[in-house]
Design a protein around this ligand. Structure first.
Ligand code: 13P
Ligand code: SF4
Length: 346
């Protein structure tokens, strides 16, 4: 049975026609993804935003994704985020001002090195602009290793922000696990500078509060209860969790793994719970399990995109009013765009 709200969303979309495209991240709830024209991971959605012709791009996701969409789309296109409260806590863990002062210390610690900063997509536009200004770029979890290769062709050290776990997992994937240092902004023992001088990969101390909660105990428990289960986790998980899993990859890789699984296979998924729930619905032939019971692993930033807000922004557009427009400051747009272009090219 169609709810009143669904009817209102559909009626508004009918009215707006080709003027609107809805992009939905894999972590959005069912009532959002069922209205999305495209569902995907951060990388796929940035490509869809770049290809979109619609005047309005409605982003079912978090602020940094909507900012990136604004940078990538044409000037006459408008990006709308149904809730202005949808901010990823990890993106807030590396503020451009903070990074600016750390950069001075990090570069002073290795004065002869050419350090290339790489920021994960999960960061704000001013940090992306900073990275471009220093010869660096953006990456997502699906292309972090390629961004590292790009950086090591241009320079001799990488500063990776903000996600230390993705940074560490990528270093392992590249066989560079012995070359890692974690930047400590407080550095009570004065060791940070020496570590920077000795290491090729410097990690910022940020993390995702959803993925950091997965532990190797969860993997053991799921394997004990389901001896045939294979485990796939997102590379924002801790190193030991990625190591204990059978496979790790972006949300698109997780989707692909379940899409291509043989009927009857069992997969336990270590990522935000809404994606696990979608995959259960979309692929009933596969036995899909959440890695950590049903209870937790819910991203409160993604959850801010409530279907009632989607209804509101669409109905306001029908009435000729633009609400919750995401606009990156012009002084950051060009450089942040360069950091994103470099990613789209690798
Ligand atoms: P993906 O790029 O794998 O979709 O992950 C993004 C993410 O964690 C968004 O929070
Ligand atoms: Fe940010 Fe983690 Fe939520 Fe992704 S799942 S938006 S990284 S807090």
């Amino acid at each position: 049975e169609t709810s009143k709200r669904t009817e209102r969303i559909e009626a508004a979309l009918e009215e707006l026609g080709d003027d609107v495209v809805i992009l939905g991240h894999n972590y959005q709830r069912q009532e959002i993804v069922e209205h999305a024209d495209f569902i995907g991971d951060s990388y796929q959605l940035s490509k869809e935003a770049a290809n979109a012709d619609a005047e309005y791009v409605i982003f079912g996701g978090v602020t940094f994704m909507a900012e990136s969409a604004d940078i990538i789309t044409d000037d006459d296109q408008t990006v709308i985020l149904p809730s202005m409260e949808a901010s990823c806590p990890m993106a807030g863990m590396a503020e451009a001002l903070q990074v600016d002062s750390a950069w001075a210390e990090i570069t002073a610690a290795a004065p002869d090195a050419n350090i290339i900063p790489i920021t994960y997509m999960n960061s704000y536009a001013d940090l992306k602009a900073f990275c471009a200004s220093q010869g660096g770029l953006v990456c997502t979890s699906s292309n972090a290793h390629k961004a590292f290769e790009y950086a090591f062709e241009k320079g001799d050290k990488v500063l990776f922000l903000p996600d230390k776990h993705l940074g560490e997992n990528t270093a392992h994937r590249m066989g560079m696990e012995d070359a890692i240092a974690e930047w400590d902004p407080w550095d009570p023992e004065g060791k940070a500078a020496a570590e920077v001088a000795e290491s090729d990969i410097i990690l910022w101390d940020g993390y995702c509060q959803v993925h950091e909660r997965f532990t190797t105990d969860h993997i053991e428990q799921v394997r004990d209860a389901n001896p045939d289960a294979q485990v796939i986790v997102h590379p924002e998980c801790r190193r030991e969790v990625v190591e204990a899993a059978d496979k790790a990859g972006s949300t698109a890789t997780i989707c692909e793994t379940i899409e291509t699984a043989d009927p009857g296979e069992t997969w336990a998924i270590g990522t935000e719970i809404h994606l696990t729930e979608h995959l259960k619905r979309w692929h009933p032939e596969v036995n899909v399990l959440p890695l950590c019971g049903d209870a937790c692993m819910d991203c409160n930033a993604m959850r801010q995109i409530d279907p009632n807000y989607l209804t509101w922004v669409l109905e306001e557009l029908v009435a000729g009013r633009e609400r919750n427009v995401i606009e990156v400051a012009p002084e950051e747009k060009e450089l942040a765009g360069l950091a994103l272009e470099r990613m789209l090219e690798i």
